[in-house]
Each structure stands twice: as structure tokens, then as C-alpha cells.
Design a protein around this ligand. Sequence first.
Ligand code: SF4
Length: 271
Amino acid sequence: MEEQSLNDEFKQKRLLKHIIYGPINSRRFGRSLGINIMPEVEKLCTFDCVYCECGFSNPKPRPEDIALHDCQSIISVLEYRLKELKENDIAVDSITFSGNGEPTLHPEFGKIIDETIRLRDEYYPDTNITVLSNSTTITKPDVVAALKRIDMPVLKLDSAITSTMRAIDLPHSPKFNSNDLIKQLGSFGGNVIIQTILIKGKYKGVEFDNTTEKEIEAYLNAMEKIKPKMVMLYALDRKAPVASLEKVPAETLRSVASRIRKLNIEVTTAE
Ligand code: SF4
């Protein structure tokens, strides 16, 4: 009951109410202009991560169950905002797809990316386009092709060990597993950025800790296979819908980062 009210409070406070937000100062992306192409009333995602800022989805909607803004509406508000920022000489380091769920679930995702590239080239040619994705849709060739057209495809891998990944990310699909995911991430040929939260906690009686030696060894093996151009490690930063989550100390992030760097992979940490 307490968990449910915490979740409701989260949803009301944390769900984004607009398509465009910011620019905000992001720990990882600098001056980031956010684009939320997911609904404003409910999270639409294939995961229910224990640390999700949008709270848990209950029930779990599918893209076909919920009204989404179409490509044209999204692009017109983006253009309006980019024009306004440009006229006021405001810097934008990244146009970042994030928000109330998994952006690649939008049925017009590829078209939205192409139109965003067109606007970026016109208004802010030096700005990165970033997509934060949970990696569950990279079995779809059109999603992969769109992610390959942008500067920063930032894909989630929270553990190379399936049971831990499933305890942290709570994927809706019972089949989703880390082994297949690592293979799919490897098929990006290195043109991918991996994002991983380091976290400990317990949810519904299941304990998880992706910072143990066994976890880090499996993770380093995965990095050798994926060979990403960068890894972004981060710790819990904001309030989460699960009270028992532990923020991992900065030294743990730095220690894991230094082991990844030994594989000649660039790493950033947001502590
Ligand atoms: S993938 Fe992102 S939006 Fe989806 S549940 Fe996890 S944190 Fe929330």
C-alpha cells in the first residue's frame, strides 16, 4: 500500500508534461534540450526499472493503447523552440530523446530522427543528437538504422548477468536476457555508447547488487565483446520509487571505470 502511494506520488510529480523541456544542465550531456516523444499521462516503456523517475507502470500500456503525438506535431514544437533558443543565443550541447518511457517505441521513431537531424543541421549544426534507450528494441532493423544515424546512441546494459539485469530493470518480456542483448549491442560495430547505473537494493524480496566482483568480471567481458565507443557509469541521483535503493559510493564508480579504461574504452562517471 505504502509502495503504491509512493508510486502514485512519483507519477504525478515526475512525469513530463511537455514534448520539449530545457535546456537543462545534464550530468552527462551538458546543456541538454530534452524531447519527450512518449505520452504525458503515463510511462510507456518495456522496462519498469526499480530506479525509474517515472515510477512503475500499472497497468502496462502498449504503444497501440495510448495516444502519441505524431511526427509532425513533435517536429513543429521542436523547430519553434530551436528557433527561439537560437535567436536568444542560448547554447545547446545535446538534443536528447528521453522522458516518459522508451523513445524507440514511437511508431514514427525513424522519421522523427530524420526530421530532428534536418533541424539540428539548420539551427545548431554542432550539437549532438542523443537517444537514451533501454536497448529492448534493437532487434528491429529500422530502430537500429535510426540509432546509427545519430551521434550518441546511448543504450542501457545494467548487468551482464540476466538475473541481476531482470531484478533491476524488470523487463516486461519474460524472454529478455543479457546474453542476447550483449550480442545485439556487439552488432553496432562499436558505434554505441553503453549506459549503466551501479546500484544495490531489494525489491519485492529480491536483492540485487551489480557491483560485486562476479558482476564486474561479467560486465568487463561484455565490454570486450561490444567494444563501445564510450561507457557512461552513473549512480542514483534522484529519488526513486523504491525506498530500499542504495546509492553506490563514488569510489566504486571510479574503480569500475578504471578497469574499463584498461580495455581502451573511454568512460565517463556521473557520481
Ligand atoms: S528504461 Fe528508462 S523509462 Fe523505462 S523504466 Fe527504465 S528508467 Fe524508466
